[in-house]
Design a protein around this ligand. Structure first.
Ligand code: CA
Length: 227
């Protein structure tokens, strides 16, 4: 079931949105201010966020900007009538779409569906990643190294996928833990090192001199792939 985070401080509107989205088969969660929206977005990883611009304290634009630093989740902004400039800034800070208040629920739900469809299409293209002689197929859960299949355990597969997605950029142990083990599990950061070592034994020609997953001192690990 797809999950929608509603960020709106007007309780009655937030409830109306939740009721209507639930009726359409979505699961919903609600935040009434920016900081709690960021916490929920990080902890629950919703499939879509409906984000009101007018929030007390940290406004919706700032929330959007902060979410975009770490996530491509579709965001639909709610803008107030007569505040056309908000739409422009909203799209600039990374919102996918906007709806002007007051709006009809049918219109909003149509926008939600369209945004989720677009994001599913984007994800599908990412099903197979290729770099540095490594081919990773998310759907089949298979990995080939220079054309030969290798057998990875689930966490190793997750690590490799996370690193390949961020090819060329270092990822911290903390970030890798969040991505591969999830936020709820209480695990030592050394776990990441142990799994990277195992992964290297399977995908590097010389695990002692890794060429694919390199250690970046003080920053974590980086996948480097010549095409
Ligand atoms: Ca509001």
């Amino acid at each position: 079931m797809q999950r929608v985070l509603i960020v709106e401080d007007e309780t009655s509107l937030a409830e109306t949105l939740a009721v209507n989205l639930k009726a359409e088969g979505y699961r919903t969660m609600t935040a009434s201010d920016g900081p709690s929206a960021l916490d929920l977005a990080a902890a629950e990883r919703p499939d879509l966020i409906i984000l009101d611009i007018m929030l007390p304290g940290m406004d919706g634009l700032a929330v959007c900007r902060a979410i975009r630093k770490s996530s491509e989740v579709p965001i639909i902004m709610l803008t107030a009538k007569g505040r056309e400039v908000d739409k422009v800034i909203g799209l600039e800070v990374g919102a996918d779409d906007y709806v002007t208040k007051p709006f009809g629920m049918l219109e909003l739900i149509a926008r939600v569906r369209a945004a989720l469809r677009r994001s599913a299409g984007g994800a599908a293209k990412q099903d197979v990643m290729e770099a540095g002689g490594v081919t990773l197929d998310r759907e089949r859960h298979s990995v080939m190294i220079d054309g030969s299949p290798v057998d990875l355990r689930p966490r190793e597969f997750g690590l490799l996928a996370a690193l390949m997605e961020n090819k060329g950029k270092p990822m911290s142990r903390e970030k890798l833990l969040q991505r591969v083990w999830g936020e709820d599990e209480y695990i030592d950061q050394n776990t990441v090192d142990v799994h990277v070592r195992r992964l290297r034994e399977k995908i590097e020609k010389d695990p002692g001199k890794p060429e694919r997953i390199v250690t970046i001192r003080g920053a974590g690990y980086k996948f480097q792939g010549r095409e």
